[in-house]
Design a protein around this ligand. Sequence first.
Ligand SMILES: Cc1cc2nc3c(=O)[nH]c(=O)nc-3n(C[C@H](O)[C@H](O)[C@H](O)COP(=O)(O)O)c2cc1C
Length: 394
Amino acid sequence: MSSTWFESVAEAQRRARRRLPKSVYSALLAGSEAGVSYRDNTAAFDELGFAPHVAGLSPKRDQQTTVLGQPISLPVVISPTGVQAVHPDGEVAVARAAAARGTAMGLSSFASKPIEDVIAANPQTFFQMYWMGTRDWMIRWMEHARQAGAVGLIVTLDWSFSHSRDWGSPWIPERLDLKTMVKLAPQGVSRPAWLLQYLRTGRLPDLSVPNLAEPGQQAPVFFGAYGEWMQTPPPSWEDIAWLRQQWDGPFMLKGVSRVDDARRARDAGVSAISVSNHGGNNLDSTPAPIRALAAVVDAVGTDVEVLMDGGIRRGGDVVKALALGARAVMIGRAYLWGLAAGGQAGVENVLDVLRNGIDSALLSLGHSSIHELTPDDVLVPDGFPRTLGAAPAR
Ligand SMILES: Cc1cc2nc3c(=O)[nH]c(=O)nc-3n(C[C@H](O)[C@H](O)[C@H](O)COP(=O)(O)O)c2cc1C
């Protein structure tokens, strides 16, 4: 076994903290305001229990399923994140790892690598975008993603531009010019392994977002594109139905936590939703998605694929989410920490940790497949579930 192997996501996080400059690590940790949602996302999983069997267990356990029409070998998909400055290979390393482990990849429109490079590494790539800019721009980005070969679209709607945290936000420069490099130098020098990795490639993180470039133009910088997004009036449900019509393949709405919104998303024609609070980076005090999941599944689970993301750190968490009705889960920080700790191999390691944990839980619960999981497999304490925005059933 390689000496760089790690046994848990917690260890990947420790290594990421040691390896990354403070501001980069802190940008990955994220969370918003008091961190109530950020903490609840993981704490809620700890409240759920298992009741294991000891004999009559299944010698073989199957984890295969599909998400947005894509066959995947474990019920875990890479959630879209911008990974500027974590690793020089960025999303391409993540895509290679996901492909090597047989799963799909969500690519953020704020990602640091062009979609063509990511799809070359993993053809099972979904492009993620926000409601941002003009309708013409959005059509062009979708067309670009389609031509590049994206097999699905993820539209994320839960960002509320919350920019403060009680534990402080890192300073992130608009671009890395000489002045900012001098300012950031002490952080880089204190993390020589990270710095060396970049120096070997002959360049520093450039903080640009190539997938939001206008045809024939240079890629905009992260904050330029972000400013554009902040200026965009938020969408109506009619806008979402329009957006959905522009994409003639599988379409996920990410960030839903209310039952009434889930129904509206279904009515707008989406193929899937992810119950999510953006990893707790959004409106603080939004409950953990695992608490809101069952009510959303009850409302729309037979009409659309329901996934969840937020707080997944071990295979047991995945099994709890599936038992409560999720088709699969998406992960964010877990793979970002793996990427920081070991590049492609680190992300593969994280997926292996999750796969092994899922397998152990299935074994104990006496199942031969993830498809046999039901709510009876988890002990749900009184007061655990949250039903957000319940509207009369239609
Ligand atoms: C650093 C960071 C950047 C993110 N960027 C995006 C993004 O560009 N698009 C998006 O839809 N979600 C983004 N997310 C949210 C993730 O896709 C996902 O919902 C969240 O990380 C899940 O929670 P977890 O980190 O506890 O797994 C980001 C999350 C983090 C931590």
